[in-house]
Write a new protein. Structure first.
Length: 80
């Protein structure tokens, strides 16, 4: 079973919001969490951009048939 799905990303983002909302954090801990948040957001943006790219490729094929499929090998189904 694959662990890294967009749902998992969503769970990580909400968990980070909860960590940032902890009122018992010291100023140093808040600073560390903010840095962590910045890193999570940067990686999340890349993941979402990649997902959007795959969605656009799949949409292109759905709208125009297989004639573009040779140019888009990244949308092939994963090997089982």
């Amino acid at each position: 079973m694959t662990k890294n799905r967009l749902k998992d990303l969503n769970d990580h983002l909400f968990a980070q919001i909860e960590r940032l909302s902890d009122e018992e954090l010291t100023p140093e801990q808040i600073e560390a969490e903010v840095k962590r948040t910045d890193a999570i957001v940067a990686v999340s943006d890349q993941i979402l951009g990649n997902a959007n790219f795959h969605l656009k490729a799949a949409t292109l094929i759905a709208n125009h048939g297989d004639r573009f499929k040779k140019s888009l090998p990244m949308i092939e189904a994963p090997a089982e």
